[in-house]
Design a protein around this ligand. Structure first.
Ligand SMILES: Nc1ncnc2c1ncn2[C@@H]1O[C@H](COP(=O)(O)OP(=O)(O)OP(=O)(O)O)[C@@H](O)[C@H]1O
Length: 266
């Protein structure tokens, strides 16, 4: 399984309310090209580098202005996500979306369902095999058994984030996309997330964007460094981290940022 991003471009209109007119478009991604394979890929970059934009495009929540994303399953099967495909629409899009789970950094659930009901509902909707058993397994695995009868809307921030992560795994996604997953997550959630990443199922692509959680970034097999909407570096974590004396992602990232600052001063 692999994902190839080809020359992706995404811009956003920004409205200036005081002048009642549109400013020049804001850049999300500019000619972003890269490839990743199964495993855990952590995407690093400063604020505004385009990490969320990349995740949203890959999760098919948003449509590229230009370029395309190819999702390749083995030798046989591939899907393309592009502006042309999104407007044409087709049954393949539904099939592809069913393989992807995306957890945004912030979100709200306006629902009157309990935790238990929310899992079961999703499992039945997505035609998960043995929905009751699977829901119960995930609830137990993510330490949510004590909240089974609580309303989702009443969960505290940390438990809600844990619920979102657990809920996104119900369908055993082939592509699991997480935007700043440790933001607002409680300590138990962080431990469980780490365990999940360590045992990333064979063939699953897990993509995580983070601006500053370097502890989480250590869970990566591969790293992507983004800058100004483009891919500045991509490679195996073990080789990139080994290029600095400390041998850690944090030190490598710091060195890359220092280097970027130097370039800007020239
Ligand atoms: N919906 C939007 N409308 C206008 N501009 C946007 C929108 N979404 C993103 N942008 C702009 O696109 C650029 C990239 O944003 P993006 O959120 O992808 O970056 P990021 O690396 O995830 O940073 P952050 O950690 O701040 O979210 C930024 O300049 C941002 O202001």
């Amino acid at each position: 399984m692999r994902i190839d991003w080809f020359h992706l471009r995404k811009t956003f209109d920004s409205y200036d309310a005081s002048r009642r007119s549109f400013r020049s478009p804001c850049l999300g991604l500019l000619d972003f090209s890269a490839s990743i394979r199964a495993g855990v890929t952590v995407i690093l970059g400063p604020k505004g580098a385009g990490k969320t934009t990349l995740l949203r495009l890959t999760a098919m929540v948003s449509v590229p202005d230009d370029g395309r994303i190819i999702y390749q399953w083995g030798e046989q099967k591939s899907y393309v996500w592009s502006k042309g495909n999104a407007t044409a629409g087709s049954s393949f899009l539904t099939e592809l979306k069913g393989k992807i789970s995306y957890v945004p950094v912030h979100c709200r659930w306006e629902t009157d369902m309990t935790v238990e009901k929310a899992f079961l509902y999703e499992a039945q909707l997505k035609r998960v095999m043995n929905p009751r058993r699977k829901s119960a397994e995930i609830v137990a695995k993510w330490g949510l058994a004590g909240f089974r009868r609580s309303f989702v809307s009443e969960l505290s921030g940390g438990a809600f984030k844990r619920f979102l992560l657990a809920h996104s795994l119900l369908v055993d996604p082939s592509i699991w996309i997480l935007d700043e997953p440790t933001e607002g997550l409680d300590e138990l959630g962080k431990k469980l997330l780490w365990r999940e990443l360590r045992s990333n199922p064979q063939g699953r692509i897990t993509m995580i964007a983070t601006e500053k959680d370097m502890e989480l970034a250590e869970a990566a097999d591969d790293l992507i460094l983004m800058e100004a909407g483009a891919c500045r570096r991509i490679g195996k974590k073990k080789y990139l981290a080994a290029s600095v004396p400390e041998g850690t992602v944090a030190a490598w990232y710091q060195a890359m940022q220092a280097f970027a600052n130097l370039r800007h001063f020239r």
